[in-house]
Design a protein. Structure first.
Length: 211
């Protein structure tokens, strides 16, 4: 008879667990809480909380299934637009300025136009040797072009390297479904001119990246 209170307590605990909200319900509750905590201000709107397919598939702490990953890569590859003039390299000096700049897309900025944005590349990568402050989320890009044979390579090899690098900058999800790289070109964060400057920073033999 002494075991009955413990049994009743266990049954009550199980009944309580059965009434807990499901994962879907918890997600909905979290979304409502998030939306109630933010407001439109300046150019930053609450609709930034709306996830597209890529963001939804790559959130939640687990990798997407292969079908979803394949869809992400295919759609990302299809989004890439090559330079209209066929020229891939701009001015590496301007590229370095973009890599150093983390400005853009905040509520204090006046415009969402690409010209108002920086690349913030040093936040995740080592780039020029002279810069000692950089993140390590992404791989080091020091000697990026040099290590890939920008001197002495054939024209087809260089064209392939240009196209690969352009795609990484434009929409890196074409290669890695849940890449941490911003979709600079696909999302209009940077324009073609700015992307060309970053290309030059990585691939111009005279850039500090390749010295």
């Amino acid at each position: 008879m002494k075991k009955l209170p413990a049994l009743f307590a266990a049954m009550a605990l199980l009944a309580g667990c059965a009434s807990l909200p499901s994962d879907a319900e918890l997600d909905q509750m979290s979304a409502r809480i998030m939306r109630s905590s933010f407001r439109d201000q300046g150019i930053a709107k609450v609709d930034r909380l709306d996830q597209d397919f890529v963001q939804a598939a790559c959130s939640g702490g687990k990798a997407p299934d292969e079908a979803s990953a394949a869809r992400i890569r295919a759609e990302a590859a299809a989004s890439v637009k090559r330079p209209a003039d066929g020229q891939y390299l701009g001015d590496w000096r301007e590229g370095e300025k973009l890599a150093q700049s983390g400005r853009g897309m905040t509520w204090t900025d006046a415009s969402t136009a690409p010209a108002a944005n920086g690349g913030n590349c040093y936040n995740c990568h080592q780039i020029a040797k002279e810069e000692i402050s950089y993140g390590t989320i992404g791989p080091s890009l020091y000697h990026y072009g040099r290590d890939r044979g920008i001197t002495g390579s054939s024209e087809p090899q260089m064209r392939a390297l240009y196209e690969y690098t352009w795609t990484k900058l434009y929409n890196a999800h074409a290669f890695v479904a849940c890449s941490s790289m911003p979709r600079f070109g696909a999302k209009g964060l940077l324009d073609d001119k700015q992307l060309k400057h970053l290309m030059a920073l990585l691939l111009d033999p005279n850039s500090p990246v390749n010295r």
